[in-house]
Design a protein around this ligand. Structure first.
Ligand SMILES: *[C@@H]1O[C@H](CO)[C@@H](O)[C@H](O)[C@H]1NC(C)=O
Ligand SMILES: *[C@@H]1O[C@H](CO)[C@@H](O)[C@H](O)[C@H]1NC(C)=O
Ligand SMILES: *[C@@H]1O[C@H](CO)[C@@H](O)[C@H](O)[C@H]1NC(C)=O
Ligand SMILES: *[C@@H]1O[C@H](CO)[C@@H](O)[C@H](O)[C@H]1NC(C)=O
Length: 353
Protein backbone atom coordinates (compact mmCIF):
# COMPACT_ATOMS: atom_id res chain seq x y z
CA UNK A 1 0.00 0.00 0.00
CA UNK A 2 2.86 2.41 0.75
CA UNK A 3 4.18 2.02 -2.78
CA UNK A 4 0.76 2.61 -4.32
CA UNK A 5 0.13 5.73 -2.22
CA UNK A 6 3.49 7.10 -3.38
CA UNK A 7 2.56 6.27 -6.95
CA UNK A 8 -0.81 8.01 -6.60
CA UNK A 9 0.90 11.08 -5.13
CA UNK A 10 3.35 11.16 -8.04
CA UNK A 11 0.47 11.00 -10.52
CA UNK A 12 -1.38 13.86 -8.81
CA UNK A 13 1.78 15.96 -8.80
CA UNK A 14 2.42 15.28 -12.46
CA UNK A 15 -1.15 16.16 -13.45
CA UNK A 16 -1.38 19.33 -11.40
CA UNK A 17 1.86 20.78 -12.74
CA UNK A 18 1.23 20.10 -16.43
CA UNK A 19 -0.86 22.80 -18.04
CA UNK A 20 -0.69 21.87 -21.72
CA UNK A 21 -1.78 18.48 -22.96
CA UNK A 22 0.83 16.61 -24.96
CA UNK A 23 -1.78 14.48 -26.75
CA UNK A 24 -4.62 15.88 -28.84
CA UNK A 25 -7.53 13.45 -28.73
CA UNK A 26 -10.71 13.64 -30.80
CA UNK A 27 -13.65 11.28 -31.17
CA UNK A 28 -16.19 11.98 -33.90
CA UNK A 29 -19.26 10.16 -35.17
CA UNK A 30 -18.82 8.50 -38.56
CA UNK A 31 -22.57 7.99 -39.00
CA UNK A 32 -25.55 9.69 -37.41
CA UNK A 33 -27.71 6.57 -37.55
CA UNK A 34 -27.10 3.35 -35.58
CA UNK A 35 -25.08 0.51 -37.11
CA UNK A 36 -27.21 -1.98 -35.15
CA UNK A 37 -30.65 -1.47 -33.61
CA UNK A 38 -34.06 -3.14 -33.41
CA UNK A 39 -34.58 -1.94 -37.00
CA UNK A 40 -32.06 -4.48 -38.33
CA UNK A 41 -31.67 -6.97 -35.44
CA UNK A 42 -33.97 -9.68 -34.07
CA UNK A 43 -33.45 -8.16 -30.59
CA UNK A 44 -35.16 -5.14 -29.00
CA UNK A 45 -31.92 -3.83 -27.44
CA UNK A 46 -28.46 -4.19 -29.02
CA UNK A 47 -25.93 -2.31 -27.00
CA UNK A 48 -22.59 -2.82 -25.25
CA UNK A 49 -20.28 -4.28 -27.89
CA UNK A 50 -16.75 -5.68 -28.10
CA UNK A 51 -14.73 -5.66 -31.31
CA UNK A 52 -13.82 -9.22 -32.33
CA UNK A 53 -10.77 -9.63 -34.52
CA UNK A 54 -10.43 -12.65 -36.86
CA UNK A 55 -13.88 -14.24 -36.58
CA UNK A 56 -15.46 -12.62 -39.66
CA UNK A 57 -13.16 -14.27 -42.17
CA UNK A 58 -12.77 -12.68 -45.60
CA UNK A 59 -15.30 -12.00 -48.32
CA UNK A 60 -13.70 -11.46 -51.74
CA UNK A 61 -10.35 -11.11 -49.95
CA UNK A 62 -11.52 -8.30 -47.67
CA UNK A 63 -11.69 -8.97 -43.89
CA UNK A 64 -15.18 -8.72 -42.38
CA UNK A 65 -15.48 -7.12 -38.94
CA UNK A 66 -17.61 -8.64 -36.20
CA UNK A 67 -18.84 -7.49 -32.81
CA UNK A 68 -19.90 -9.36 -29.66
CA UNK A 69 -23.03 -7.49 -28.56
CA UNK A 70 -25.14 -7.50 -25.40
CA UNK A 71 -28.67 -8.22 -26.63
CA UNK A 72 -31.94 -8.14 -24.72
CA UNK A 73 -35.62 -8.57 -25.47
CA UNK A 74 -38.75 -7.26 -23.85
CA UNK A 75 -41.30 -9.99 -23.28
CA UNK A 76 -43.69 -8.09 -21.04
CA UNK A 77 -40.65 -7.33 -18.88
CA UNK A 78 -36.96 -7.29 -19.79
CA UNK A 79 -35.57 -10.78 -20.07
CA UNK A 80 -31.93 -11.49 -19.07
CA UNK A 81 -29.25 -10.33 -21.51
CA UNK A 82 -27.25 -12.62 -23.77
CA UNK A 83 -24.12 -11.99 -25.80
CA UNK A 84 -24.41 -12.53 -29.57
CA UNK A 85 -21.95 -12.09 -32.44
CA UNK A 86 -22.97 -9.90 -35.39
CA UNK A 87 -20.86 -9.25 -38.49
CA UNK A 88 -20.68 -6.45 -41.02
CA UNK A 89 -23.41 -6.42 -43.61
CA UNK A 90 -22.79 -6.06 -47.33
CA UNK A 91 -23.16 -2.27 -47.11
CA UNK A 92 -20.15 -2.17 -44.73
CA UNK A 93 -22.02 0.35 -42.57
CA UNK A 94 -24.29 -1.84 -40.49
CA UNK A 95 -23.69 -4.97 -38.44
CA UNK A 96 -26.74 -7.14 -38.93
CA UNK A 97 -25.27 -10.17 -40.70
CA UNK A 98 -25.72 -13.66 -39.30
CA UNK A 99 -26.23 -13.11 -35.53
CA UNK A 100 -25.50 -16.10 -33.28
CA UNK A 101 -25.69 -16.30 -29.48
CA UNK A 102 -22.44 -17.34 -27.78
CA UNK A 103 -22.88 -16.55 -24.06
CA UNK A 104 -26.25 -17.38 -22.57
CA UNK A 105 -27.91 -17.44 -19.12
CA UNK A 106 -28.75 -21.15 -19.53
CA UNK A 107 -25.03 -22.09 -19.58
CA UNK A 108 -24.46 -21.60 -15.83
CA UNK A 109 -26.48 -20.73 -12.71
CA UNK A 110 -23.87 -18.02 -12.02
CA UNK A 111 -25.15 -16.10 -15.07
CA UNK A 112 -28.82 -17.07 -14.91
CA UNK A 113 -29.98 -13.44 -14.70
CA UNK A 114 -27.76 -11.90 -17.35
CA UNK A 115 -24.62 -12.10 -19.49
CA UNK A 116 -23.58 -8.51 -20.06
CA UNK A 117 -20.93 -6.11 -21.31
CA UNK A 118 -18.29 -8.06 -23.24
CA UNK A 119 -14.74 -6.79 -23.76
CA UNK A 120 -12.40 -8.87 -25.91
CA UNK A 121 -8.66 -9.12 -26.57
CA UNK A 122 -6.63 -11.26 -28.97
CA UNK A 123 -3.77 -12.94 -27.09
CA UNK A 124 -0.15 -12.70 -28.32
CA UNK A 125 -0.47 -16.25 -29.73
CA UNK A 126 -2.49 -14.65 -32.55
CA UNK A 127 -5.38 -17.12 -32.28
CA UNK A 128 -6.96 -17.10 -28.78
CA UNK A 129 -9.69 -14.58 -27.98
CA UNK A 130 -10.38 -13.81 -24.32
CA UNK A 131 -13.76 -12.30 -23.41
CA UNK A 132 -14.47 -10.71 -20.05
CA UNK A 133 -18.17 -10.21 -19.30
CA UNK A 134 -20.48 -9.62 -16.35
CA UNK A 135 -22.24 -12.75 -15.08
CA UNK A 136 -25.31 -11.62 -13.13
CA UNK A 137 -27.44 -13.68 -10.80
CA UNK A 138 -30.07 -12.65 -8.31
CA UNK A 139 -29.41 -13.70 -4.75
CA UNK A 140 -31.78 -12.90 -1.85
CA UNK A 141 -32.30 -9.11 -1.69
CA UNK A 142 -29.54 -8.32 -4.22
CA UNK A 143 -28.15 -8.75 -7.70
CA UNK A 144 -24.66 -10.20 -7.84
CA UNK A 145 -22.25 -9.50 -10.71
CA UNK A 146 -19.04 -11.40 -11.24
CA UNK A 147 -16.53 -10.44 -13.90
CA UNK A 148 -16.16 -13.71 -15.77
CA UNK A 149 -13.87 -15.08 -18.46
CA UNK A 150 -14.54 -17.03 -21.64
CA UNK A 151 -12.05 -18.09 -24.31
CA UNK A 152 -12.18 -19.18 -27.91
CA UNK A 153 -9.45 -20.71 -30.08
CA UNK A 154 -9.99 -19.39 -33.60
CA UNK A 155 -7.58 -21.99 -35.02
CA UNK A 156 -10.13 -24.66 -34.04
CA UNK A 157 -13.36 -22.64 -34.16
CA UNK A 158 -12.84 -19.82 -36.75
CA UNK A 159 -16.23 -18.16 -36.09
CA UNK A 160 -16.04 -18.62 -32.30
CA UNK A 161 -19.44 -20.26 -32.13
CA UNK A 162 -18.46 -22.14 -28.97
CA UNK A 163 -16.67 -20.39 -26.08
CA UNK A 164 -15.12 -22.17 -23.12
CA UNK A 165 -16.36 -20.67 -19.84
CA UNK A 166 -13.73 -20.25 -17.10
CA UNK A 167 -15.98 -18.66 -14.47
CA UNK A 168 -15.41 -15.68 -12.18
CA UNK A 169 -11.93 -14.16 -12.14
CA UNK A 170 -12.43 -12.79 -8.60
CA UNK A 171 -14.64 -15.52 -7.09
CA UNK A 172 -14.62 -13.94 -3.62
CA UNK A 173 -15.68 -10.45 -4.70
CA UNK A 174 -19.47 -10.03 -4.61
CA UNK A 175 -19.68 -7.29 -7.25
CA UNK A 176 -17.18 -7.04 -10.11
CA UNK A 177 -17.70 -5.68 -13.62
CA UNK A 178 -16.10 -4.06 -16.63
CA UNK A 179 -12.66 -5.53 -17.30
CA UNK A 180 -10.26 -4.25 -19.99
CA UNK A 181 -6.99 -6.14 -20.51
CA UNK A 182 -3.80 -4.27 -21.46
CA UNK A 183 -1.37 -6.66 -23.16
CA UNK A 184 2.18 -5.37 -22.69
CA UNK A 185 4.23 -5.87 -25.84
CA UNK A 186 7.27 -6.37 -23.57
CA UNK A 187 5.59 -9.38 -21.95
CA UNK A 188 4.25 -10.13 -18.47
CA UNK A 189 3.04 -8.74 -16.23
CA UNK A 190 -0.01 -7.71 -18.20
CA UNK A 191 -2.70 -5.56 -16.62
CA UNK A 192 -6.45 -5.61 -16.13
CA UNK A 193 -8.28 -2.31 -15.58
CA UNK A 194 -11.60 -3.20 -13.97
CA UNK A 195 -14.53 -1.83 -12.01
CA UNK A 196 -17.59 0.34 -12.41
CA UNK A 197 -17.16 2.92 -9.64
CA UNK A 198 -13.43 3.53 -9.59
CA UNK A 199 -11.18 1.58 -11.96
CA UNK A 200 -8.64 -0.73 -10.28
CA UNK A 201 -5.51 -2.41 -11.60
CA UNK A 202 -5.01 -6.18 -11.44
CA UNK A 203 -2.01 -8.05 -12.81
CA UNK A 204 -1.79 -11.29 -14.76
CA UNK A 205 0.96 -13.42 -16.23
CA UNK A 206 -1.20 -15.93 -18.12
CA UNK A 207 -4.50 -14.06 -18.91
CA UNK A 208 -6.52 -16.59 -16.90
CA UNK A 209 -5.53 -15.78 -13.29
CA UNK A 210 -5.61 -12.21 -12.02
CA UNK A 211 -4.33 -10.57 -8.83
CA UNK A 212 -5.90 -7.30 -7.77
CA UNK A 213 -3.52 -4.61 -6.54
CA UNK A 214 -6.11 -2.43 -4.75
CA UNK A 215 -4.69 0.54 -6.69
CA UNK A 216 -6.84 2.79 -8.88
CA UNK A 217 -5.73 3.72 -12.39
CA UNK A 218 -8.72 6.07 -12.77
CA UNK A 219 -10.93 7.37 -9.96
CA UNK A 220 -13.80 9.80 -9.79
CA UNK A 221 -13.09 13.54 -9.51
CA UNK A 222 -15.65 15.61 -7.63
CA UNK A 223 -15.11 18.77 -9.71
CA UNK A 224 -15.10 17.20 -13.19
CA UNK A 225 -17.51 15.51 -15.60
CA UNK A 226 -16.60 12.11 -14.11
CA UNK A 227 -17.76 12.81 -10.54
CA UNK A 228 -20.34 10.02 -10.00
CA UNK A 229 -18.52 6.99 -11.39
CA UNK A 230 -15.84 5.83 -13.80
CA UNK A 231 -15.97 2.50 -15.60
CA UNK A 232 -13.58 0.75 -17.99
CA UNK A 233 -13.90 1.34 -21.73
CA UNK A 234 -12.35 -0.91 -24.41
CA UNK A 235 -9.01 -2.68 -23.88
CA UNK A 236 -6.32 0.07 -23.92
CA UNK A 237 -5.07 0.96 -27.41
CA UNK A 238 -1.36 1.30 -28.10
CA UNK A 239 -0.12 4.53 -29.71
CA UNK A 240 2.89 5.02 -31.95
CA UNK A 241 5.05 6.31 -29.06
CA UNK A 242 4.47 3.12 -27.05
CA UNK A 243 2.01 4.58 -24.54
CA UNK A 244 -1.63 3.46 -24.44
CA UNK A 245 -4.84 5.45 -24.61
CA UNK A 246 -7.47 4.05 -22.25
CA UNK A 247 -10.98 5.34 -22.91
CA UNK A 248 -13.25 5.24 -19.90
CA UNK A 249 -16.96 5.69 -19.39
CA UNK A 250 -18.10 8.11 -16.73
CA UNK A 251 -21.21 9.53 -15.18
CA UNK A 252 -22.22 12.71 -13.40
CA UNK A 253 -25.49 13.77 -11.84
CA UNK A 254 -27.41 15.81 -14.41
CA UNK A 255 -30.06 18.46 -13.86
CA UNK A 256 -31.57 17.74 -17.30
CA UNK A 257 -35.06 16.33 -16.63
CA UNK A 258 -34.84 12.56 -17.07
CA UNK A 259 -37.88 10.47 -18.00
CA UNK A 260 -36.41 7.28 -16.44
CA UNK A 261 -37.85 6.95 -12.93
CA UNK A 262 -35.30 7.49 -10.16
CA UNK A 263 -32.51 8.17 -12.66
CA UNK A 264 -30.47 11.39 -12.88
CA UNK A 265 -27.13 10.43 -14.46
CA UNK A 266 -25.53 11.54 -17.71
CA UNK A 267 -22.76 9.38 -19.25
CA UNK A 268 -19.74 10.81 -21.11
CA UNK A 269 -16.49 9.36 -22.43
CA UNK A 270 -13.09 10.43 -21.09
CA UNK A 271 -9.54 9.15 -21.53
CA UNK A 272 -6.21 8.66 -19.83
CA UNK A 273 -2.85 8.09 -21.48
CA UNK A 274 -0.90 5.44 -19.58
CA UNK A 275 2.70 4.36 -19.67
CA UNK A 276 2.70 0.63 -19.01
CA UNK A 277 6.27 0.10 -20.21
CA UNK A 278 7.98 0.70 -16.91
CA UNK A 279 10.73 -1.54 -15.63
CA UNK A 280 10.53 -3.82 -12.59
CA UNK A 281 6.81 -4.64 -13.04
CA UNK A 282 5.82 -1.18 -11.82
CA UNK A 283 2.12 -0.49 -12.23
CA UNK A 284 1.06 1.66 -15.21
CA UNK A 285 1.33 5.41 -14.68
CA UNK A 286 -1.20 7.95 -15.94
CA UNK A 287 0.68 10.65 -17.85
CA UNK A 288 -2.36 12.62 -19.02
CA UNK A 289 -6.10 12.74 -18.34
CA UNK A 290 -8.97 14.49 -20.14
CA UNK A 291 -10.28 17.58 -18.40
CA UNK A 292 -13.54 17.52 -20.38
CA UNK A 293 -15.45 14.74 -22.15
CA UNK A 294 -14.29 13.73 -25.62
CA UNK A 295 -17.71 12.29 -26.49
CA UNK A 296 -21.17 13.08 -25.12
CA UNK A 297 -24.80 12.17 -25.86
CA UNK A 298 -26.11 14.49 -28.60
CA UNK A 299 -28.24 12.60 -31.15
CA UNK A 300 -31.87 11.62 -30.54
CA UNK A 301 -30.98 7.94 -30.12
CA UNK A 302 -28.27 8.83 -27.56
CA UNK A 303 -30.55 11.12 -25.57
CA UNK A 304 -33.68 8.89 -25.77
CA UNK A 305 -35.43 11.96 -27.01
CA UNK A 306 -38.91 10.86 -25.99
CA UNK A 307 -40.38 14.24 -26.98
CA UNK A 308 -39.48 13.36 -30.56
CA UNK A 309 -40.57 9.74 -30.19
CA UNK A 310 -37.08 8.22 -30.01
CA UNK A 311 -37.48 5.52 -27.36
CA UNK A 312 -34.72 3.82 -25.39
CA UNK A 313 -33.82 2.23 -22.05
CA UNK A 314 -31.62 4.84 -20.37
CA UNK A 315 -31.59 8.51 -21.45
CA UNK A 316 -28.36 10.53 -21.81
CA UNK A 317 -25.97 7.63 -22.33
CA UNK A 318 -23.01 7.08 -24.64
CA UNK A 319 -20.83 4.15 -23.60
CA UNK A 320 -17.84 2.41 -25.23
CA UNK A 321 -16.45 -1.12 -24.94
CA UNK A 322 -15.07 -1.94 -28.39
CA UNK A 323 -12.40 -0.42 -30.64
CA UNK A 324 -10.42 -1.46 -33.69
CA UNK A 325 -7.15 0.05 -34.99
CA UNK A 326 -7.77 1.53 -38.42
CA UNK A 327 -5.52 -0.41 -40.81
CA UNK A 328 -2.67 1.69 -42.17
CA UNK A 329 -3.61 4.88 -40.25
CA UNK A 330 -1.45 5.37 -37.14
CA UNK A 331 -3.17 6.38 -33.89
CA UNK A 332 -6.66 6.11 -35.42
CA UNK A 333 -9.33 3.70 -34.22
CA UNK A 334 -12.93 2.84 -35.00
CA UNK A 335 -14.85 2.98 -31.73
CA UNK A 336 -18.10 1.10 -31.29
CA UNK A 337 -20.35 2.87 -28.79
CA UNK A 338 -23.92 2.53 -27.66
CA UNK A 339 -26.62 5.11 -27.06
CA UNK A 340 -29.36 4.91 -24.40
CA UNK A 341 -28.49 1.27 -23.53
CA UNK A 342 -30.41 0.57 -26.74
CA UNK A 343 -28.54 0.84 -30.08
CA UNK A 344 -24.98 0.83 -31.44
CA UNK A 345 -23.07 3.51 -33.34
CA UNK A 346 -19.55 4.03 -34.68
CA UNK A 347 -17.08 6.90 -34.20
CA UNK A 348 -13.51 7.67 -35.21
CA UNK A 349 -10.94 8.18 -32.44
CA UNK A 350 -7.77 9.99 -33.44
CA UNK A 351 -4.79 10.86 -31.25
CA UNK A 352 -2.11 13.35 -32.29
CA UNK A 353 0.93 11.97 -30.47
C1 LIG B 1 -7.90 -12.03 -45.16
O1 LIG B 1 -7.35 -10.94 -45.86
C2 LIG B 1 -6.25 -10.34 -45.20
C3 LIG B 1 -5.85 -9.07 -45.93
O2 LIG B 1 -6.63 -8.82 -47.03
C4 LIG B 1 -5.13 -11.35 -45.11
O3 LIG B 1 -4.03 -10.77 -44.42
C5 LIG B 1 -5.61 -12.57 -44.35
O4 LIG B 1 -4.61 -13.57 -44.37
C6 LIG B 1 -6.87 -13.13 -44.99
N1 LIG B 1 -7.40 -14.18 -44.12
C7 LIG B 1 -7.84 -15.32 -44.60
C8 LIG B 1 -8.37 -16.30 -43.58
O5 LIG B 1 -7.85 -15.60 -45.79
C1 LIG C 1 -6.18 -20.14 -13.16
O1 LIG C 1 -7.13 -20.15 -14.19
C2 LIG C 1 -7.43 -21.45 -14.69
C3 LIG C 1 -8.30 -21.27 -15.92
O2 LIG C 1 -9.46 -20.54 -15.64
C4 LIG C 1 -8.10 -22.26 -13.59
O3 LIG C 1 -8.34 -23.57 -14.05
C5 LIG C 1 -7.18 -22.31 -12.37
O4 LIG C 1 -7.87 -22.91 -11.32
C6 LIG C 1 -6.73 -20.92 -11.96
N1 LIG C 1 -5.71 -21.03 -10.93
C7 LIG C 1 -5.78 -20.35 -9.78
C8 LIG C 1 -4.62 -20.53 -8.87
O5 LIG C 1 -6.74 -19.66 -9.51
C1 LIG D 1 -13.31 6.44 -5.66
O1 LIG D 1 -12.16 7.27 -5.59
C2 LIG D 1 -12.45 8.56 -5.06
C3 LIG D 1 -11.20 9.41 -5.21
O2 LIG D 1 -10.07 8.74 -4.69
C4 LIG D 1 -12.91 8.43 -3.61
O3 LIG D 1 -13.26 9.70 -3.11
C5 LIG D 1 -14.15 7.51 -3.60
O4 LIG D 1 -14.53 7.28 -2.27
C6 LIG D 1 -13.86 6.19 -4.27
N1 LIG D 1 -15.10 5.44 -4.36
C7 LIG D 1 -15.17 4.18 -3.97
C8 LIG D 1 -16.52 3.55 -4.09
O5 LIG D 1 -14.21 3.56 -3.54
C1 LIG E 1 7.55 5.12 -20.31
O1 LIG E 1 8.32 5.11 -19.12
C2 LIG E 1 9.66 4.62 -19.33
C3 LIG E 1 10.34 4.51 -17.97
O2 LIG E 1 10.27 5.73 -17.30
C4 LIG E 1 10.38 5.57 -20.26
O3 LIG E 1 11.68 5.06 -20.51
C5 LIG E 1 9.62 5.67 -21.58
O4 LIG E 1 10.21 6.64 -22.41
C6 LIG E 1 8.18 6.08 -21.32
N1 LIG E 1 7.42 6.03 -22.57
C7 LIG E 1 6.91 7.11 -23.14
C8 LIG E 1 6.21 6.92 -24.43
O5 LIG E 1 7.00 8.23 -22.64
Amino acid sequence: MVASVALAAAVVLCLSTSTTLAYQVSMQRLLTSPILSSANSPYDYNFNAAYLPLVGGNVSGIPIDCLAVRVQNIVGVQVPSKIAIFCESGDRQTFSRDPYVVIDPSQSPAQADGCEDPRVVLLPDGKTLIMLYSAVNLVPNAARSKLSLASCNTAIDPQCRSWELHGAIFPNIFWSKSGAILIRPEGAPHFLFWGDTNISIATTTNFYNFTDTATFVVSTRSDFFDSALVEAGPPPLQLSDGNHIFLYNSARVSSIPNPKPGWDLEYNVGYVIVNASLKDSTLPVVVERSSSPIFSPVLGWELCDTANMVPGQTPLVVFVEGAKPLPGVPNSFLVYYQGCDTSLGVALLHVDV
